[in-house]
Design a protein around this ligand. Sequence first.
Ligand code: M6R
Length: 366
Amino acid sequence: VKGNYRHFMQKEIHEQVRSLTETMAGRIDFQHNSILIPTLNIDEVDFDQLKGIKIVACGTAWHAGQVGKYLIEEIAKIPVEVDIASEFRYRDPLVDKNHIILAISQSGETADTLAAMEEGRKKGARVWSIVNAIGSQAMRLTDGYISMQAGPEIGVASTKAFTAPLVDLYLLAVMMADKKGLLSAQERSQYIAEISKVPDLVGTCLDRENQVREIAAKYKDTEHMLYLGRGINMPIAYEGALKLKEISYIHAEAYPAGEMKHGPIALIDEDMPVMAILPHDQWYEKMISQVEQAKARGGKVIVVATDGDTLASSLADDVLWIPEAFWMVNPVVAVLPLQILAYHIAAMRGLDVDQPRNLAKSVTVE
Ligand code: M6R
């Protein structure tokens, strides 16, 4: 049932305050300031021997994995590689018993992801998953799993099953750092305090839906859109572009912003709007200079910017405002206006938002 919403996708976007609360519920022990995920069987891992984690996933889940690499390497200091499952499974990857394969999957039935898990298992690796569908293969065929607790996702375009694993990956990173003895009690409670703010921050973004809809009306007839991001928000550029292309059929590409001068900047003219993910973080200055370069070439620029950023609003044609957040949490917040924008553009174009052409919710064949 869609309730008061026109489409499941819109409903699922709005469910994210609840789904993100749920994915943390029962895992954060506020009394002892610790994180507990018993289904992961983390105590079986010998962190002294662990060589690295290989994240395998497809599509939106792969984007979540790319954010996870940042979080795990930054917080837990464990090397992470992120692979597209369909590539990993045929590459004879260098994996052994001292690696963890971490699969991310909403459905838990994606053929390539399951095959990548199997490949890892054959080579002796520990296999973990972050999965939404309860009882799915990717939940059952593991040494440990994290349940996203996002609830069923009907819309083909993933929304709440993107943000839930971002929170799970953050919790996992903190938990592993703690097991390795890297965190003081104060650092641990700081990490926990920051992630606990996420549902409210997401709620603030949802309250701004009407502002995003007005911007959607301005860009609904564009034929192209270029998304740029850097650092931990680079995968958010990829995810924003995927959302737009899969439901609105607008050609959207994403690039790490530093790559612009190596080719894609040639595309920029007045018919190529640029979406820059520009929260307050350590990549901010670099992103500002990309925005200036796009403007200098006649491009229209939309930015995802932090409340109060007058420099961003003076440079950009349009701003998708997000509330201030800890930089490691920014991806969860910054993706919200991009989901809402893609949704409204597709709805305004009169398209079948929940069931886009040529796509299936669960890709059970390769
Ligand atoms: O069920 P999975 O998370 O394994 O699905 C992987 C992709 O097919 C999926 O994330 C897809 O890219 C999204 N539905 C796109 O919005």
